[in-house]
Design a protein around this ligand. Structure first.
Ligand code: SAH
Length: 219
């Protein structure tokens, strides 16, 4: 992966500092930390916000959406990986594509679905410029899943929902996991694992996400 030309701040040192902070915040998966020390987070935000890209915050992207904070991206990535590289992952909520780009570094093929068309168009260009190849982007309602490409080794949802539709649960392979923010006002990260006999659910840290919404926006 290469950083976008014309943007001055490609500072490797800034990323290393971010990764050191993630360690102190409890992230332990070395693969995730390695990947985040390489992926240029600043190219995923508006140029005016680039100097804040490595701060410990979410930031506005456009269309009322936000790029998740570095800690959220790291935590969801390590929960999804559970110390193993993955074959296929469905991401619901591509947004600016930063989480997507991180995923592509330890997943063979990432399928990412976004409901806001113009947002996805920008992200498509950005990921192409970064030469990210093992990704398939689709403008669609992610709550419907991607039956044609199922089953997935993992599913990650980057917007909050009260429950995972059964249609999505069915698109997970046995042994696979879904990582998502669960709730509405009160929200927690949640991991659902598919076992041969059914599903188990683990509720974790409290978080803050924009809502998962039905339907698509074309312009
Ligand atoms: N990981 C992204 C998060 C963006 S915010 C990033 O860091 O940039 C959540 C995203 O989920 C938004 O882009 C929103 O449009 C999208 N989203 C919400 N509901 C959706 C749905 N039903 N299907 C697909 N995308 C959805």
């Amino acid at each position: 992966m290469v950083s976008r030309a014309g943007i001055g701040m490609t500072s490797q040192r800034t990323r290393i500092r971010m990764v050191e902070r993630l360690r102190t915040q409890g992230i332990t998966d070395e693969v995730v930390l390695d990947v985040m020390s390489v992926v240029p987070r600043h190219v995923f935000v508006e140029e005016a916000l680039a100097s804040r890209a490595y701060d410990d915050n979410s930031l506005p992207i456009s269309f009322g959406q936000t790029i998740s904070s570095p800690w959220i991206v790291a935590r969801m990535s390590e929960l999804l990986r559970a110390k193993n590289d993955l074959d296929t992952v469905l991401e619901i909520g591509t947004g600016c594509g930063y989480q997507t780009a991180v995923l592509t570094q330890f997943v063979r093929k990432v399928y990412s679905v976004e409901r806001i068309g113009p947002l996805l168009t920008r992200t498509r260009i950005r990921l192409h410029e970064l030469q990210v190849k093992n990704v398939f982007l689709k403008h669609a309602d992610g709550l419907l899943g991607l039956a044609k490409e199922a089953p997935f080794s993992g599913i990650i949802m980057t917007a909050v929902t009260t429950h995972v539709p059964s249609l999505l649960l069915e698109q997970l392979e046995i042994g696979g996991r879904i990582v998502f923010p669960k709730g509405s006002q009160e929200q927690n990260l949640c991991v659902i694992e598919r076992k041969s006999h059914g599903y188990t659910e683990t509720v974790l840290e409290s978080v803050k996400f924009v809502p998962m919404l039905p339907g698509v926006i074309s312009r």
